[in-house]
Design a protein around this ligand. Sequence first.
Ligand SMILES: Nc1ncnc2c1ncn2[C@@H]1O[C@H](COP(=O)(O)OP(=O)(O)OP(=O)(O)O)[C@@H](O)[C@H]1O
Ligand SMILES: CC(=O)N[C@H]1[C@@H]2OC[C@@H](O2)[C@@H](O)[C@@H]1O[C@H](C)C(=O)O
Length: 395
Amino acid sequence: MLSWRPRRPYALAVGLMSGTSLDGVDAAVVRFEGEGLGTTAELLHFHTQPYDEPLREALRRLCEPGAADVQDLCGMNAWLGGRFAEAARAAVSEAGLAMADIDFVSSHGQTVWHMPEPPANSPFLAPSTLQLGDLSVLAARTGVPAVGDFRPADMAHGGQGAPLVPYGDLVLLRHPDRGRLLQNIGGIGNCTVLPAGAGPDDVAGFDTGPGNMVIDRVVQRLTDGRLAYDADGALAAQGTAHEGLLAELLAHPYFVQPPPKSTGRELFGSDYAAELLARAESLGLSTADAVATATALTARSIADALRRFVLPHLRIDEVIVSGGGARNRTLMRMLAERLPEQRVADSGEFGLPGDAKEAVLFALLGYHFLLGIPNSLPSVTGASRAAVMGKLALP
Ligand SMILES: Nc1ncnc2c1ncn2[C@@H]1O[C@H](COP(=O)(O)OP(=O)(O)OP(=O)(O)O)[C@@H](O)[C@H]1O
Ligand SMILES: CC(=O)N[C@H]1[C@@H]2OC[C@@H](O2)[C@@H](O)[C@@H]1O[C@H](C)C(=O)O
């Protein structure tokens, strides 16, 4: 059992987030005070380091079952530990601090595969998830304790192992009188449902489906790689979503599957985008119309999930959006149009800038792990009990 306590009345941490978009690693320098639901977090500095194209390509390959090679997987795991340490050190130095001031780093890791419900084609496939970025390398290269590998503890108790962010949302963003839906739009879209006055047993959360992943892929393919994403939603703004194709896309069984549920590149990766592109081509859609359709798919799937699974049971006053998708103005407009009864706002308004939010919340998971506080939410993941999720490596 850990008996860790901060050496000062507060703790300083670096939270590291490397998401499913494979766009880079985010590092948040955070100051924590208090314990449990009384914890407060102050973001001192946010730093992001984009991945270059060869690294993205190498990671994409590792995310593909037929293409991934065990030698590459093994080497990348340790290599990324060093890459994450570099990001942590840069963030700390930019914050005007030294690594010696930092109590711990806490890392999400790079997901390469997430399999809460494995296919039945082999007796050896257990529910599992794999995040790369070796914690021992991270601890050695930063000189401070490194916490990470959170998801397996929840899965070991029968949970989905995702989404984990709702725990941090509960701690930092619950409101006594307002019902809130916190919607992150990263590669995948994931939401946290926080009823007014929510406690740990009242939180729900699930992955809504594609976030930017499908939009990015469609943009990359239709511009022959000239554009990596639809900056500010400019392309989508010039087009019109094709209602027929949209209806076909929204018929995917994931959207009607009730929570708890989580998804990723496995369902909404390049194969899914290739199908969308093939249908768009057969319908003769322009690039702008195809991108608008992919953008509407994300907006509608989020709004439909709210109507289908949340609003029949409770009141939601505010939809607070974070993640790179919050910068896509067309997506935000489409979302607000579908949700006329809620105020659709940016997470920055609530003291947690949308780009930094996940890195801050993974630092919080590490903080509570070190304090020995259960940091999972079985009401969200479907696990049989709460767990103190995380693993520790010492420098
Ligand atoms: N200015 C912008 N306009 C439109 N889209 C943007 C903009 N900036 C970022 N994005 C989108 O946001 C994506 C990155 O989002 P984010 O960093 O939140 O994802 P992630 O953390 O990797 O994903 P996840 O939360 O699913 O793990 C980019 O791939 C891009 O599609
Ligand atoms: C296995 C995995 O990495 N899942 C990610 C992914 O990206 C978004 C969505 O799918 C979410 O379930 C999760 O990340 C966030 C940070 C979470 O666990 O809350």
